[in-house]
Every structure is written in C-alpha cells, then in structure tokens.
Design a protein around this ligand. Sequence first.
Ligand code: NAD
Length: 464
Amino acid sequence: MVRTHPVYNPATGEPITQIPYATTADVDLAVKAAHKAYPAWKDTPVVDRVQPLYRFKALLDKNAEELAQILTRENGKTIDDARMEIKRAIQMVEVACGMPSLMMGDSLNDVSRGIDSRTVREPIGVCAGITPFNFPGMVPLWMYPFAIACGNTFVLKPSEKVPLTPKRFGEFLVEAGIPEGVFQIVNGDKEAVDALLHHPLVKAVSFVGSTPIAKYIYTTAAAQGKRVQALGGAKNHLVVMPDADMPKTVEAIISSAFGAAGERCLAGSVLVPVGEAAGPLLQLLEAKTREITVGDGSKEGMGMGPVVTGEHRKKILGYIDKGVEEGAKILCDGRTRAKEGTGFFVGPTIFDEVRPDMTIAKEEIFGPVLSVIRTKTLDEAIALVNASEFGNTTSIFTQNGKSAREYQSKVEVGMVGVNIGVAAPMAFFPFAGWKNSFFGDLHAHGKDAVYFYTEQKVLMTRWF
Ligand code: NAD
C-alpha cells in the first residue's frame, strides 16, 4: 500500500492535498535514472549546461508571484516573506549561471623545465539533497543549480510538509529544457532519505534541517564514503549595547525574531541587552511587538502568519509553558493569540529574566519566542554566546566600532552581523554555521558549493 502524507494550509488547518511517499525501490529508480543521465551531462560543455538554467531563471522571474502564493499556502509565512524567499532563490540560479568562470582552475607553465601544470574541476556524479520545511523555495536552490551547473545529476528529497513549491520549481526546470534524469524529485520521509544515504551510486549528500537529523545524515553518509554537508539547527543571540540606535535596533529584532513566525535558522531567539541597554530596549520592543498583526499570511500586509503544522504549534506552546514553569517573566504571551481549532497560530512571545540554564535559553524552539538574558558587560555577552552548543548566526547592535570589531572576532559563530537582524549571506558567499549548527567542511552556495560539487584534478604535461 502506498504511504501518503497530508499537506496543510497552516492558515486554515485544512489539508490541501496528500502526497505519496517514495519507497526504497522508487528511490533506486530515480538514482539509476540520474546515474544513466550523468555521462552525457558531464560531457556537455559548461557553457551549454548553464543554458537551461538561464531559461529556468527567466521562468522563475515570470512566475515569481505564483511561486510565492504556493509557498505561503503550504508553509504559512506572509506573502511578503514568500516573495523575498523567491527572490533569494532566483539569485542562487543567477550565481550558478556563472559556472564557466566559477569552475576555472589554476595553471602555471614550467613548474619544472618544460612541464606545465594546471588544475581542473570535474563533477562527482549523482548528488542528493534533503531539505527542511521552512524555506521550500530557497533551500533546495542552495543545492541543485550549483550541482547541475558543475555537471552532476541531482535527486532532491524536499520536506514532506511543503512539497508543492519544490515541485513547481521542478516543473519550470523541465520546461527550461533540463535533460531527462539530470534533475528529479522524490517525496517521502525517513525511508526515502535512508535509501539515498545507503545507495552506492549517490556520491554526495547535501542536507539542511534540524541538528539531530543533520548529525545522523553526516555520520551515516560519511560512513558510506560519501561527501556530506549537513546544516543543522540554531539558537541565535542578538546582543544590544547601550549606545545602539534603539528604534532601528527594535525594528531589526522584530524582523529577526518574529519574521517567518520565527521558523528561520537565522531567527534571533535570545536577546542579550548589555548594561543600561535593557530599559529603553525592552520598553520599545514590547510596545512594537504588541502591534504585530497575526493572521493568514496570504493577506497583504500581515505581520506574521501561522507556524507550519498543528504538531509544531503544540511543541512551541509547550516551550512557552516551560518558560513560565521555569520562572521566566512573560512580557508578551503568544498563547493568547493561538486560536484553537483553526489555523496553526502562535503569537509573538517575549520572556524577560531568562537564565542561561533554562530550557528556553538553550534549546531551539523554531517559533516566535524571544528570550531575554541580561548581561552586565560585553565580555559576559560573548561568553554567553560562546557557551551555546550552536553557532549559526549572531548580531551585535552598537554604534561603537571597537565593540563591533571585538564581538565579530571573539564569537564562535559562522555568520556574524553588525546592526543586522538576519545576517544571511547572499548567494555568492558561503552559508553555514559552526559547532552543532553544521557538520561537514564546505558550506552551502557561493564558491564552497562549486568545491563541494566538484573534485579537483591536477594535470602535469610535458611534450618531448
Ligand atoms: P527536520 O530535520 O525535521 O527535516 C529535514 C529533512 O530531513 C526533511 O526532508 C525530513 O523529511 C528529513 N527527516 C526528518 N526526520 C528524519 C529521519 N529521522 N531520518 C531521515 N530523514 C529525516 O527539519 P525541519 O523541521 O524540516 O526544519 C527545521 C530545522 O531545519 C530547524 O532545526 C532549522 O534550524 C533547520 N534549518 C537549518 C538551516 C541552516 O542553514 N542551518 C536552514 C533552514 C533550516
């Protein structure tokens, strides 16, 4: 019997459709088709390989609004957040279209008398991508445009919660003329993922999702001799110095903590006011948070949409209960705006007087919940950030260059911002965290993607 999974509209709580799960046998067929398509695709000159990607980009531009609507409908984020995500996704394709330059190697003549040497980058074969629910438009495109442009073939296993956006992207790639077998999608859960991880024809695995699964993917695929990059979860700190521009800082914090209902791996989830910053910061933050509108994300101008599923809402509400139980002071209580029985809503929540040993201070909640931990000095704030098991992103808000420089150099975090709420690297820079936020060596997109999806060869030539 075919196993299926419902896809919900989180704003109404109603199922939109059911998707069938791929079995191990289905995954095997997809991987074999990708393997069959690989030699011809690898031998296609890179300037020709990027042509379907140029046409793909044009189709995405033309249909960006349709994609944003699909995304909001299955994920719940506001239509503005969805539009921004589609824009970011398109930028990935734009960068991958530059592959003829990005793949270039080095060369040096006469490394020894009459001997010339050069490096070339070759694709590695069938690559697999496993992606999370929170960026169904963008995260798959951190992977396959780069992998394909490098000459690999690709099998994507998107999140079973949000398969419709990746599917529509895939249809546009087919319309753009990608040859059969070069790009395929398999829907499914652990069975499909395990089939990819254990398939001998899969050479590389890219993963983005939660930390326990990232660890599992990394250890399992690496043990099979595969190349792996596995991006995991996060607990991101926003540090505010007393000299920060408070109105602009509050605007950035609100967007960071409550944008996409906090379901972002770069969402600020611990706010760290230093010294005198706490008073003016929290007063303004609480007032502005109360103004956030919560509702159906597909309606224009909504401040925050629902979270992805009823189960996820329950988990977030559980964390809020836990925060209260452990003695934190609740300033804005999102539970009052969580409507039972309809959509999967949780309102923006702020806890003050949070201690570093509390559950809400340590664990990833992945919802609109911000914990405030006050510190006396910048050194104390840095020590707090570095004590976290995660190291995805962080930002400092200050008008003092010395504080900013010290912060940027001392924190053990992969992506660090100054006066930026969401310090997301653009498509042409690499993206990943440190510590339990990342397992592997080469990060997502940017030049790292080119290195990840290629193997380097050194050629030495002498003519007698
Ligand atoms: P998840 O780990 O539950 O799922 C991610 C993918 O793994 C999905 O495709 C899912 O089907 C698959 N999966 C789930 N359980 C599995 C299992 N037991 N075995 C094999 N595969 C399994 O993550 P999610 O809830 O979809 O996404 C949210 C998480 O992703 C958060 O932790 C967030 O921080 C993280 N995330 C990280 C980044 C980053 O750049 N570091 C970016 C986006 C999201």
